[in-house]
Design a protein around this ligand. Structure first.
Ligand SMILES: NC(=O)c1ccc[n+]([C@@H]2O[C@H](COP(=O)([O-])OP(=O)(O)OC[C@H]3O[C@@H](n4cnc5c(N)ncnc54)[C@H](OP(=O)(O)O)[C@@H]3O)[C@@H](O)[C@H]2O)c1
Length: 266
């Protein structure tokens, strides 16, 4: 039987998933719940067989919650209406833990996922954890449904989601900060803003691609580009003096993981 899937929240992440599901031609019956949907998006969904804010659908096989965490208390009643005993609930909301999701939905099968910003263009990475009620077919469904956001990995302990939040959830901001700093330093060396931005963006993109595709570790690639007494060595001496960068990054990621844990307690 065709699975009935509902998504609550058609914002940036919700739409990234929806466009991906439609493109992939997934064989599910989809409904979107969102009080404000613009006309163009509404037409697009209807023309692809979607239902919008249906009131007579009964319960769904899978319900995905993609609203902002602060909105979550407001969708609680709707969530209960959409869920039956057999519903799989999937949340991509930051900081809402498995037990809160379970009590809000009254469902036994819950998956909590943490995507990141590049997911908006399908280039993200999402880590997820399932509670003890989930079975392997639930993980297969959730991997299919999260794949439009990019890569998907499973973790096995809920506290790992705090580490994931600190590394890949907040991680794009660390890279954006590094890009900002490199662009400013490039301009300080006399290059114009446009050239500086282009040099930095392509350097980050190319380095990430090489790291992913070469089969070499970050350390091996870094050593390969660093000739003794060369230009790269001169810069790295500054960045790594007294292990400064490593310690800074360890402390930054520890602070983010700690904050994620605190937010999860609310
Ligand atoms: N964006 C990211 O990079 C990112 C990264 C990691 C995790 N996440 C998580 O992903 C979730 C969604 O983020 P987002 O960036 O997609 O947020 P978003 O763009 O604000 O999307 C949320 C959507 O939910 C809608 N909404 C508000 N109240 C609702 C209700 N009562 N019922 C149904 N829908 C309602 C909003 O409508 P209005 O706009 O009209 O209010 C909006 O369309 C968040 O929980 C966030 O923690 C996002």
């Amino acid at each position: 039987m065709t699975q009935k899937v509902a998504i609550i929240g058609g914002g940036r992440m919700g739409q990234a998933m929806i466009y991906g599901w439609i493109k992939a031609g997934l064989d599910f019956e989809f409904s979107l719940f969102d009080p404000v949907i613009n006309d163009e998006f509404q037409k697009f969904l209807l023309s692809n067989g979607w239902k919008i804010n249906p009131t007579t659908e009964g319960v769904f096989d899978i319900v995905i919650c993609a609203v902002k965490p602060q909105i979550f208390p407001l969708v609680g009643e709707n969530l209960k209406k959409l869920c039956g005993d057999e519903t799989l609930v999937v949340s991509i909301m930051a900081g809402i833990n498995l037990s809160t999701l379970q009590s809000a939905s009254r469902c036994g099968r819950i998956i909590r996922a943490m995507p990141n910003t590049p997911g908006q263009i399908g280039a993200g990475i999402t880590a997820y954890i399932g509670n003890s009620g989930c079975a392997s077919e639930d993980f297969a469904y959730v991997e299919k449904l999260l794949s439009p956001l990019g890569e998907v990995v499973r973790v096995y302990a809920e506290h790992d989601i705090d580490a994931v939040t600190a590394v890949s959830g907040s991680g794009p901001a660390y890279i954006f900060l590094m890009a900002e700093a490199m662009i400013a330093a490039s301009q300080n060396e006399g290059l114009d803003k446009e050239t500086s931005e282009k040099l930095v963006i392509e350097t980050i993109l190319g380095s990430a691609k090489l790291l992913k595709e070469s089969g070499q570790s970050a350390q091996e690639l870094r050593k390969a580009v660093t000739s003794p007494n060369g230009t790269t060595a001169a810069a790295l001496d500054v960045l790594t003096a007294n292990a400064a960068l490593f310690e800074l990054m360890r402390n930054a990621i520890r602070a983010a993981a700690h904050r994620s844990k605190e937010l999860g307690k609310n």
